[in-house]
Design a protein around this ligand. Structure first.
Ligand code: AMP
Ligand code: DBH
Length: 574
């Protein structure tokens, strides 16, 4: 299964194996081994309170393993095969793990969509990947995913199956009707193998037909925040991702007694792997799913479940700090708070230990690979002022100038990286790969960093055309394209503007067509227009400004630097 995948060159793969980074593990076998070693321990706690299930579920490792097998058998019976792509868009519900481990076992590739994605994103993922199936909740957060699925399905000829987690699947198939092979269950329609219900005690596991995925195979497609017109997909292998989990588990101090609270959307790379829910399962610990990130929901859950570690983006960390200072309690069992996804200010970082009584661990990672952590025993000064250093001794990090020449420590430049868990290319994107990777395989992160003598990285800015809205990445070009579809818009430039809470928000500068200049459309109308094109809400511009022309750079390109300065100055003045 190497379609669209840029393999690691053989000499690197050999080196990573020889160094013991790639150990030939797969996700399917990892879960099987944990279930064999401590099957009766709790793997996943889902408190319910979402549309997938109202009540609480507590699944042991044995149960998760069994469920993954039955789900895998049911998916096979419905025609899902090794190599098929399956877009998974679920809230933080236990079924997320049941589905993704089933897909891992079959060798089908989950495509990790976020709950916020809408028609524009999902339609693209389904058509670009030629997805065979799409997994959704029924109605969540007031949005009907079944309708979205119907619309996408009508336009994606390859999409054969829509699975709905929850009670009312509409015209689609109930996810709960898919599992088969266990007692009392039968395989769904279209099944070529329809096993009779087996009487007697439950089998420990059901065999999954077909060749098992290989450790070097692509396990799933993760999403890039991106900086281009359409999102790029990131193929990660079992071997490389599991190495990043093992490294993260060690650096974050996780073991079988750790309890990880999954606050951010489970499919995002940070809560999935840094160390995240998959790292926690790798360590044999317990994952507690948080249906909502507010302190009012999270703190009581932390208290009840004895949560020891969690990960937050900076705006949420600020919210939690403020709540704790107001006297909201329940967080006391927390030992480690990871903060990442966007730059955490030193000022806020310094509050973590005195206010929450736990160790802050900054994490600067990317779905493409490289993850940096401050170490738990780093001096407080490094913990609060840096974004950490790489997981692996074999993570190669270069800080370079505009001509790719290496810069000395302390100088700010472009971060390039290559290593045992960083991709060598986006999935099926040869043109992008030529820009995003150097000839010798370094990934151009688009981040501007400086390196301290201790080897820690400090994120100083960004060269990529992206807005980091409190950890949610917005590719300027993608939004500009949607704005350009409006009849009044002649040209569009989307830039970041400073925001005390999110760090950055988006501002769309627009040049109108002459016939619209006298009676320009209202800002809200343009926002509504963009939203109406079926875009995730966080990508709708926060502010719209009209100008007659854009400032230009020396060679005549739109100067986004000047636009950013202009909006920052006008915010300052008001
Ligand atoms: P993505 O490529 O979508 O996975 O997003 C990864 C990007 O998020 C990085 O390249 C950085 O731009 C940003 N990022 C992640 N963590 C941090 C952090 N701790 N500080 C600053 N930026 C971060
Ligand atoms: O922002 C990210 O993508 C990110 C942040 C922290 C990430 O992918 C990660 C840790 O693994």
């Amino acid at each position: 299964m190497t379609d669209g995948f840029t393999p690691y060159p053989a000499e690197f793969a050999e080196r990573y194996r020889a160094a013991g980074y790639w150990r030939g593990e797969t996700f399917g076998r990892m879960l099987r081994e944990r279930a064999a070693a401590h099957g009766e321990r709790i793997a996943v706690v889902d408190p319910g309170g979402h549309s997938v299930a109202a009540g609480e579920r507590r699944w042991t490792y044995a149960e998760l393993d069994r469920r993954a097998d039955r789900m895998a058998a049911g998916l096979l019976a419905r025609g899902i095969r090794a190599g098929d792509r399956v877009v998974v868009q679920l809230p933080n519900a236990a079924e997320f793990f049941e589905v993704v481990f089933a897909l891992f076992r079959i060798g089908a590739l989950p495509v990790f969509a976020l709950p916020a994605h809408r028609y524009a994103e999902i339609g693209y993922f389904c058509s670009f990947t030629g997805a065979a199936a799409y997994v959704v909740p029924a109605v969540e957060g007031g949005f009907d995913y079944r309708e979205l699925a119907s619309r996408v399905r009508a336009e994606s000829p390859g999409l054969r199956l829509v699975l709905v987690a929850g009670e009312d699947p509409g015209e689609h198939v109930r996810l709960a009707d898919v599992p088969c092979g266990g007692p009392g269950a039968s395989c769904g329609p279209g099944s070529s193998r329809r096993p009779e219900p087996v009487p007697g005690p439950e089998p420990v596991s059901e065999p999954v037909p077909g060749p098992e995925p290989e450790p070097g195979d692509v396990a799933f497609l993760q999403l890039s925040g991106g900086s281009t017109g359409v999102p790029k997909l990131i193929p990660r292998t079992h071997d490389d991702y599991i190495y990043s989990l093992r490294g993260s588990v060690e650096l974050c101090g996780l073991d079988a007694d750790s309890v990880y609270l999954c606050v951010l959307p489970a499919a995002h790379n940070f809560p999935l792997s840094s160390p995240g829910s998959l790292g926690t399962l790798y360590a044999g610990g317990r994952v507690v799913l948080c249906p909502q990130p507010s302190p009012e929901t999270a703190f009581p859950l932390i208290e009840r479940e004895g949560v020891t570690v969690t990960g937050l983006v900076p705006p949420l960390a600020l919210l939690w700090l403020d709540a704790a200072e107001r006297g909201v309690r329940g967080y006391e069992s927390l030992e480690v708070l990871l903060v990442g996804g966007a730059k955490f200010s030193t000022e806020a970082a310094r509050r973590v230990r005195p206010v929450l009584g736990c160790t802050l661990q900054q994490v600067f990672g990317m779905a493409e690979g490289l993850v940096n952590y401050t170490r738990l025993d780093d001096p407080e000064d490094l913990i609060t002022t840096t974004q950490g250093r790489p997981i692996s001794p074999d993570d190669e990090v270069r800080v370079v100038d505009d001509q790719d020449r290496d810069l000395p420590d302390g100088a700010t430049g472009h971060l390039l990286t290559r290593g045992p868990y960083t991709i060598r290319g986006y999935w099926n994107a040869p043109e992008h790969n030529a820009n995003s990777f150097t000839a010798d395989g370094f990934y151009r992160t688009g981040d501007l960093v400086r390196r301290t003598p201790s080897g820690h990285l400090v994120v100083e800015g960004r060269a990529k055309d992206q807005i980091n809205r409190g950890g949610e990445k917005v590719a300027a070009e993608e939004i500009e394209n949607h704005l350009l579809a409006h009849p009044a818009v002649h040209d569009a430039a989307v830039v970041s503007m400073p925001d005390p809470y999110l760090g950055e928000r988006t501002c769309a500068y627009l040049v109108l067509r002459p016939e619209y200049r006298e009676h320009p459309p209202k800002g809200v109308e343009l926002k509504r227009f963009v939203r109406g094109r079926g875009l995730a809400d966080y990508k709708v511009p926060d502010r719209v400004e009209f100008v007659e022309t854009f400032p230009a750079t020396g060679i005549g390109k739109v100067s986004k630097k000047d636009l950013r300065a202009a909006i920052a100055a006008s915010l300052n003045a008001s």
